[in-house]
Design a protein around this ligand. Structure first.
Ligand code: F6R
Ligand code: ZN
Length: 205
């Protein structure tokens, strides 16, 4: 298959890319991001459970992303293979960091290929939130201005195809410091939403 070529670092040529729907591994990616627990203990509401998990199970891989290099320009579309692994920290499911788009007025769609989960979406002041079902064949629409995070509630990898504007960018700042106001936990064998007891102070020890 044709390889991506970027002319002048700005305009992409047409290309195709394949990936394995079972493990989400992309053929010939330009970038492979892996996020491990040791760097993200502070993102879970039960930080002690995260430290304990790290001691007992080592530095587990929470999620990963494979992507092609596409110009970060208006009119382009970014896409990737997003893989959130199954597991829990205490009673909170494995999830992505989550972010706002640096350009707030940009939307995103996520098409789920494998697994079961939720897209947690929140407005900037945390006053509104929504859970979008992530199931094979379903698409979640994330409107502009909403923070979003994928959460794996099943026992297989949650693999999705996010597509978003070329110049959307990522803003992790407020998620790292304030967090999401809501978290998805397992209660009585089922997912439940609770308020984040560390909302507003995720970066405190
Ligand atoms: C891009 C997007 C996804 C995520 C990916 C990893 O706007 O929403 O491609 O970047 O699922 O999650 P984060 O970026 O939260 O680490
Ligand atoms: Zn996004």
């Amino acid at each position: 298959m044709a390889k991506i070529q970027i002319e002048d670092g700005r305009v992409a040529k047409p290309f195709t890319v394949g990936w394995d729907p079972m493990d989400g591994v992309m053929d010939d990616p330009d970038n492979h991001i892996q996020r491990f627990l040791s760097k993200l203990t502070g993102m879970f509401y039960d930080r002690e459970a995260a430290e304990r998990h790290l001691r007992q199970h080592g530095d587990v891989l929470l999620y990963e992303v494979y992507e092609k290099k596409i110009p970060e320009a208006d009119g382009e579309l970014q896409f990737c293979s997003s893989i959130t692994h199954p597991g829990k920290i205490g009673d909170e499911y494995f999830m992505t960091k989550g972010h706002f788009h640096a350009r707030r007025d940009t939307a995103e769609v996520y098409y789920t290929i494998r697994g079961t989960g939720y897209m947690l979406m929140e407005t900037e002041d945390g006053s509104q939130f929504e859970l979008g079902e992530m199931l094979p064949g379903r698409t979640v629409y994330v409107p502009p201005y909403w923070a979003h995070r994928s959460i794996n509630i099943g026992d297989e990898p949650l693999i999705s195809l996010p597509v978003y504007p070329g110049d959307a960018g990522h803003d992790y700042g407020s998620i790292e410091t304030a967090g999401f106001k809501h978290v998805v936990v397992e209660r009585g064998g089922k997912p439940a939403v609770i308020e984040n007891p560390r909302y507003g102070r995720m970066n405190e020890e």
